[in-house]
Design a protein around this ligand. Structure first.
Ligand code: FE2
Length: 382
């Protein structure tokens, strides 16, 4: 509840007092840019109708008061009045100390280790399509943990595309709209052999990387071939605790990744293994021994320590107490946030067969679907 308003800093800002004496300042330019009137924001689609160039640089508040929980202001030299909902201002307040910890996490995200096995987010594929509560919860779990399992799906070629349609669209690549993961006589990629694969994120040589990967099982009678998933964010946090300098090296210098496949593919990217936002938020992991290219962006003086940190991050990712292992049955699948959760598989061979299909999709579509389901559940869209 908004209680009082006072013009401060010669009209460059306003000081608001909310219930229990909580105080928040807002700049006049911020208020003007975020005005909610129909000439500033389209009432139809919510998009901004003006640019900053339409707002006078010499803007100032001439008056501010609270009426029925709303902030009412007058601005010069436009000579216009604007009103702001108090709850909206509280939700959008920015007058606080910035984060100081490197590698902080968004509140919607939670890191995990092997103990996640007891509560691995799982949904029935039919329920995912029929029941919005199941879908909302499963998508929220993907946002929180970056991993979710699915059961009870049809054993049909291409069934994975129906799953992706529940929250987004497949991202087509040089591997196709979706791809087969089974042994090939002359594999174009080590993924298509029976070799074990250490924990990795897929396609770090793309820019941007595929942000989601779905792996869907059609046959799995081979010995071995278990899937393992591990939280790259937890491994990065552990590295930061053990070796803060090593964490900063992997975050501060770009690695290089490359994939040269058949004649017409040469994908290259230059990005750090641990990616932080400018304010230190942990936002991504790229880790893939198969497609790491020669590193040429780390100074000679730091290269040895960089390699030591890279080695330790790999050890953490392979530690038994860090990962969750499971074997998919036909009609089962799992989805990972490929910017965070690494996947691995044990080797397989001999008797039986293993046939998975995989495809990529985009996390922004998943988060959009989730945001709409959450708005519906709150009644915002009623
Ligand atoms: Fe992979």
């Amino acid at each position: 509840m908004l209680e009082t308003a006072e013009v401060i800093d010669d009209g460059q800002a306003v000081l608001l007092t909310f219930q229990q004496g909580e105080r928040r300042r807002f700049h006049t330019i911020w208020l003007r840019d975020n005005a909610q009137d129909a000439a500033t924001r389209s009432p139809d689609n919510g998009q901004r109708l003006i640019s900053l160039a339409d707002i006078p640089a010499a803007l100032r508040l001439t008056e501010a008061r609270v009426e029925a929980g709303r902030l009412m202001v007058a601005m010069a030299p436009e000579g216009r009045d604007f009103a702001y909902d108090g709850a909206w201002l509280w939700q959008h307040a920015y007058d606080r100390e910035p984060p100081t910890r490197r590698g902080w996490l968004d509140a919607h995200r939670e890191t995990w280790d092997a103990s996640l096995a007891e509560r691995l987010p799982t949904a029935d594929i039919t329920a995912l399509g029929n029941d919005t509560t199941t879908k909302r919860r499963w998508l929220a779990d993907i946002r929180r943990y970056g991993i979710g399992k699915l059961t009870g799906g049809p054993v049909e070629d291409g069934a994975l595309l129906e799953v992706v349609a529940q929250f987004g669209f497949p991202r087509e690549t040089n591997y196709g709209r979706y791809f087969e993961v089974r042994s090939e006589i002359a594999p174009t990629n080590l993924a298509f052999t029976g070799l074990g694969l250490p924990a990795h994120t897929d396609n770090p040589y793309r820019d941007p990387v595929p942000t989601l990967q779905l792996l869907y099982c059609l046959e799995n009678s081979a010995a071995g071939g278990d899937n393992r998933v591990v939280d790259g964010f937890r491994a990065a946090q552990r590295l930061r605790e053990e070796n803060p300098h090593g964490f900063e090296l992997l975050a501060g210098y770009c690695a290089r990744f490359e994939y040269r496949g058949l004649g017409d593919v040469c994908l290259q990217a230059r990005r750090p293994m641990i990616e932080l936002a400018p304010d230190g938020e942990l936002i991504g992991i790229r880790f893939n021994n198969r497609s790491a290219a020669p590193f040429t962006d780390i100074p000679y003086a730091d290269m040895a320590a960089y390699y030591a940190a890279y080695r330790r991050l790999g050890e953490l990712l392979e530690s038994p107490e860090m990962g969750v292992t499971f074997k998919l049955a036909p009609g089962e699948a799992f989805l990972v946030d490929n910017t965070r959760v690494l996947h691995a598989r044990t080797g397989y061979s001999g008797e039986g067969s293993r046939w998975l299909q995989g495809c990529y999709a985009d996390r922004d579509s998943l988060l959009s679907t989730l945001a709409c389901l959450e708005a519906d559940a709150r009644g915002d869209n009623a």
